[in-house]
Design a protein around this ligand. Sequence first.
Ligand code: HEM
Length: 527
Amino acid sequence: MSHPDMAMAINNNLNNMTSIDSSSLLVSIQSLSYWKIFVTLISVLLVWDQISYQIKKGSIAGPAFKFYPIIGPFLESLDPKFEEYKAKWDSGELSCVSIFHKFVVIASTRDLARKILQAPKFVKPCVVDVAVKILRPSNWVFLDGKAHVDYRKSLNGLFTKTALAQYLPSQEEVIDKYMEKFVEYSKKNNYEPQVFFHEMREILCALSLQSFCGDYITEDQIRKIADDYYLVTAALELVNFPIILPYTKTWYGKRTADAAMKIFESCAQRAKDHIAAGGKPICVMDAWCKLMHDAKDRNDSESRLFHREFSNKEISEAVFTFLFASQDASSSLACWLFQIVADRPDILQKIREEQMAVRNNDLNTPLTIELIEKMTYTNMVIKETLRYRPPVLMVPYVVKQKFPVSPNYTAPKGAMLIPTLYPALHDPEVYENPDDFIPERWVEGSKASEAKKNWLVFGCGPHVCLGQTYVLITFAALIGKFALYTDFKHKVTPLSEKIKVFATIFPKDDLWMSFKRRDPITGEVTE
Ligand code: HEM
C-alpha cells in the first residue's frame, strides 16, 4: 500500500471509529444512572484534588498525598497543637498542607520568614473571610500597598515614645487598681492558687482600653468588653464557618465587636470635644484628635496626612483593630511573664532591686518614660519572655501573584503563605541553649541583642507591629509595680510549661496563681 492509500485507510478507520464512538458514547451515557454519573464526577474530583495538590506542592516537604481527600487535615486544624506545628517547622524550610481548596505553605527559617514579610509586591496579610465582616470592610487593616503605607504613617504618631508618655499616668492608675483586685480575688480563695488566665486577659484589656479611650470609657464598659472579648477571638480562628448564622461563634463575635465599636464611636466624639476645648491629650484618641487639630495650620508632609477629618466611625474601627491586635498577644505575654518570674525567685528579686533603685527608693516617683528606660534588667526579662514564648507563632499571608520564595519553589497565586516567627527566636546559633530562660543574654552588645534579624517577635516589613514600643513600656510598668507591691506565687503543674494554642499561646494549665499584698520597703507580706 502506498503512503496516500495508507493515509486514506487510517482516515477512514478514524472516521468510522469516531462515528461508532459518538453513537456508542450516547448510548452508554443514556444507560448511565444518576448514581453512576455522581460516582464518576466524585472520582474525577478526587483525582483532580490529588493532582492539583502534587502540582502545587512541587519539591517541598509535606504529605506525599492528601490522606483525607478534599478536606485534608481539617479536623486537626480545628484543635491546633504546638507540637504538631513544631514537627511541621522541623520537616523542612518550606512545607505544605492542603485543607479543602486552600493550599498552605509554611516557611520556617528566619531568612524565608523575613523575605515573605518584606514582599508586599507578592503577598498581603491573609484574613479569614469572616474577619472582613467582623472588623468591617471599610477598616484600614484591609488596605494594601501604598494605601496601607500612607494610612499606617498617620497611625505611627499615636505610638511614638512621646505619645506613649501621655498615656502612662492613666495606665498606672489601672495597674494600681488591679493589684488591689488580684489581692482581693486571692483573699476570697484563702490565697490558694487558682486559675488567673481570665484575670490576666481582663487587666490587659483594661490597660489597652484606658490607653486608647482614656476616661471616656467607663469601668462597666471596660469590664463588659473584657468579659466578652474572647468571643471575638473565637470567631476569628483561622478555621471557621465563613457565613454568620445566628447564635454561632461568628455571630457572637460580630455582636461583641459592634457593641465595642459603638462605645468607641462616642468616645471619639468626646475626645474631639476635649481637644477642641484646648484639653491635653491623655489617650490614643486624644492624641489622634490633637494631630488633626494641630495639622490644620501646618503644611509639612506629616501634617498633610491629617488634613482630612477622620470620622468617629473610622476612629472607632481603627481603635478596635488596636484592641484586636493587642488583646490576645498581650494576654499571652502577661501569662508567661508572671509564671516565669514567679517560678524564678532570683529573677523576681533582681527586678525588685532594680525597681527600688530606679526610683531612688522614693515610692512617690510617678511612672515616666525616663524611669522605664532606666529599668534595664526588667526590660531584659520582658524581652527574654517574648523570645522564649513568642505570643505570635506564625503570621498568615496570602500570595497575590506567583512568588518565587526560594530558588526551587514558587508559591502559587492564592496560596496561603505562613512565615513562622518561633524558629528564628529559638535559633541555637544566636541564642545558646534556646530552651533555657536567660535574661542576661540580652545585655548590651551581646550576640542576642546584636542579632536584629532574628528578633521577629513583632514581625518585620510594612505590617510590623504598630504597638511594639507600647508593649515594652507597658509591661515594664506592669511587672515592675506588681513586683514591688505584691507577693505573687505560681503553682507549677505538669502542664505549666506546655503550650496551648488559642490564637496566640498560653500555659496549658491556664496559669494557677495567688497574690498577696507586699510592703515594697520592708518586703513584708501581709494577708
Ligand atoms: C506582646 C504583644 C504583641 C505582639 C507579640 C504583637 C505581634 C505582632 C505581629 C507578629 C504582627 C504582624 C507583623 C507582620 O505582619 O509583619 C503585629 C501586627 C500588628 N500589631 Fe501587634 N503585637 C503585640 C501587641 C500589639 C499592641 C499592644 C498593639 C496596639 C496597640 C498592636 C497593634 C498591631 C497592629 C495594628 C498590627 C498590624 C499592623 C499593620 O498591618 O500595619 N500589637 N503584631
